[in-house]
Design a protein around this ligand. Sequence first.
Ligand code: NAG
Ligand code: NAG
Length: 536
Amino acid sequence: MVRVVAQVILAVALTGSLSLGQQTKLQAIECPFPEGQDVASEAKCAEYTACEWTDGRCHMVSNDVGGYVVDGEAQDTGRGFKVNLKKADASKTMFGADVADLVFEVIQHENYHVQIKIYDPVNARYEVPLPLNLPAEAEADPLYSVSVSGNGEPFHFSVNRNTNGNTLFRSEGPLTFEDQFIQLHTGLMSSYLYGFGENTHTSFRQVFEPRTTFPIFARDQPVGTEPMNEYGHHPYYMVMEDDFGNSHSVLLHNSNAMEYSTFLLDDGTPTLTLRTIGGIIDLHFFLGPDPEDLNLQYTNMVGTPAMPTYWSLGFHLSRWGYNSTDGVRAARERMKVMGIPQDVQTCDIDYMDRQRDFTYDPVNWGDMPDLINELHNDNIKVTLILDPALVIDFDYYAPAARGKDSDVFIKWSDPSFVPSDQEAGTDDYMVGYVWPDTKTIFPDFLKPETATWWTNELKLFHDALQYDAIWIDMNEPANFGTNLDKPWNWPEGKDPWSLKCPENKWDSPPYPTMMIRVGDNQSKKISDHTICMSGN
Ligand SMILES: *[C@@H]1O[C@H](CO)[C@@H](O)[C@H](O)[C@H]1NC(C)=O
Ligand SMILES: CC(=O)N[C@H]1CO[C@H](CO)[C@@H](O)[C@@H]1O
């Protein structure tokens, strides 16, 4: 069996100045400012000891001083190897709280799949609790090899394709690993980079020139024109390596707020920067080699999406504001008169009774069961929209009461965070405001009891209305007016109120990523358009 072995790949000068080539290359490795790059100046650059000003550019200091050094020999783990790293110079930092000692670990899975983790061996940090389908033992004959620099040398690593020597990942410049700022740069085989879903692009292929940076963070952010992240979090990319169709993909398995940058080094190398503000570095590499293979290999690990029903691929009609069952009937009639094909009718949340989930308005939508029968008899499927935030009414609204009994709602991580103006009787639940005219709480879908409660509510609702599908909306989760005076749709005449997040390391991280600078970012906080980070 071919083993992955630690190989010395670089013999760089440990001290002294860099060669001119390395120096100009380094200058492209930008020092990121929390306020954005518009503020770049020599004085601003001097605020960060991990950064250096050269020829009008503020860039990261070189790896031998700013990064980590390999500390000891690599150890075989039976499933790959691991090696200790230590911070080269504790005085070089972006935001402080650098992790002094790290472990770099290579874990072999299928022959096309290798995992690389960089983590703090002493203090456990957050790892995404998503169950992954991984083989019980490493498969023989891996398609990859992983190299890391030798004992005492500045830390670099690379992942290579054994069949042809393609370098799939080659760390560039220093690794930064602080409590709330983690940054890794890699040279890419080509500029044919795709992926990182839910970003605004004019082409599927990513752009390297000019340098482009995108945030990755789930919140209520609709499609825009500037580089921004919409709704979801997909830190997964693919690179087409060469003219022979070889391709690989990489998942950064981390759910903290992130951003990524694509740019060219001064020698023209397409380069990718990955930044995240918590957790660990946990990379999964898939070696394809075809893009189709990558989809199968990746979904074999994370799971496949549910097979969509055939009818869901048909023609849909949806809007906010049908206002009544007759509004839907009229729309359906117009479709028929105009001969426009229709397979699915969607009702947005105006069908609800005061925008409460699992209800329908007894006045304007009182004959909703009849409407659904009529649509079914007309061969039309019915989708209903649900927004998972529930109104706080434990006395007269059974879904919320059952949710409270099952303890399914998101809480403040510490009772001391409960705001003094929070709704009475809400214990330490985090309270916000969305569409209904009263405040809401948010189901915590990471808890198994929430899945049980949610499924039961859907069943009870289906007994009342025979819907064919549910469209789950606003579950980033979305919250209106976080940190502002009041939400945009706050009822007139009520005293202004909004969910206001406490000042602490989670809600005011030193590097909140560029997401606070894109879109309708009014509060300039990481909780903008979503709930507070100080939750549990
Ligand atoms: C629903 O009511 C709103 C506000 O009165 C109106 O603008 C809209 O056209 C109505 N929708 C339909 C389908 O009639
Ligand atoms: C409402 C608001 O402050 N929007 C700003 C968000 O950030 C972008 C980019 O910096 C600005 O152009 C917007 O004005």
